[in-house]
Ligand binder design. Structure first.
Ligand code: AMP
Length: 281
């Protein structure tokens, strides 16, 4: 497995793979890898990848001034070993200086899907995400890229960016991987105390119940969202949002039907967690 630190070397590696006819997949991550990330590698292989590149980069531009950039967990040696174990072909782990020239002044901004949900409390987050993902695409030159449904809004925004800017890259969205108790895997779960972890199970429990209620015929959206909110608040969670949106456009929906996504964000102690569930009716 090759560990690559510079954009020039990454592009040369991908160029050579492309010349040999290999299908390249990229999996962008911020490292501190867990089973959720590793499942994206399997999805990449199932989607036809011959060569898998995992990028590990804690991207400063997607963190707000009061967010956890400095304390975001990092463990490159462990990440590299996990990638090696999954037979990843290359890990691209550039420095911030390599990715962002000192006087860098260009952004990639998606202006519609990036406005609601998480953007309400993290107004500059998605501008950082779209910019870094565009840059990672241009460094790794992939045929396909895999993103997790865990970050449902992010995945839709990347799909829109790729369509709007003609990136010749297929975007694959991979299902949410959960811990045995239901909590969606996240590098940020490390911040949770035992009690906060227990309380955070209200997210997956509430979403699971909401889906079951819809499948059982419940059609009152306000009641469904109210029930989800009550479940989280009853577990000492501070709700940032609970919403019902179209699974592709992320437009709020006013009635049950079609492909829906129910995204939530809530704080447990100081830790902000997100989760969502897809429901089709
Ligand atoms: P991150 O390192 O948190 O930026 O995540 C990198 C990629 O892994 C993103 O596409 C995430 O959506 C995906 N991911 C993170 N956690 C999970 C999970 N529990 N299940 C599936 N994908 C995940």
């Amino acid at each position: 497995m090759k560990i690559i630190r510079t954009i020039a070397e990454m592009q040369a590696w991908s160029d050579e793979k492309r010349r040999s006819g290999a299908v390249i997949a990229v999996i962008p991550t911020m490292g501190f890898l867990h089973d959720g990330h590793l499942s994206l590698i399997d999805t990449a292989r199932k989607s036809g990848a011959d060569a898998v590149v995992v990028t590990i980069f804690v991207n400063p531009t997607q963190f707000g001034p009061n967010e956890d950039f400095d304390k975001y967990p990092r463990d490159f040696e462990r990440d590299a070993a996990l990638c090696e174990g999954k037979k990843v072909d290359a890990v691209f782990a550039p420095s911030a200086e390599e990715m962002y020239p000192k006087d860098s002044s260009t952004w990639v901004v998606e202006e519609k899907l990036s406005r609601g949900l998480c953007a309400k409390t993290r107004p500059t987050h998605f501008r950082g995400v779209t910019t870094v993902v565009a840059k990672l695409f241009l460094a790794t030159l992939p045929h396909l890229a895999v993103f997790g449904q865990k970050d449902g809004q992010q995945a839709r925004i990347i799909k829109r960016m790729v369509r709007d800017l003609n990136f010749p890259i297929r975007i694959v969205i991979s299902p949410i991987v959960r811990e045995a108790d239901g909590l969606a895997r996240s590098s940020r779960n490390k911040y949770l105390s035992e009690e906060e972890h227990r309380n955070a199970l209200s997210l997956s429990r509430g979403l699971g119940r909401l889906k079951a209620e819809i499948e059982a015929g419940e059609t009152d959206l306000q009641r469904l969202l109210g029930g989800l909110r009550a479940e989280i608040e009853g577990a000492n969670g501070v709700v940032d949002y609970v919403e019902a949106v179209d699974a592709e456009t992320l437009e709020p929906i006013s009635r049950i039907g079609g492909k829906m996504m129910f995204p939530v964000a809530a704080y447990f102690g100081k830790t902000r967690l997100i989760d969502n569930i897809l429901v089709e009716k």
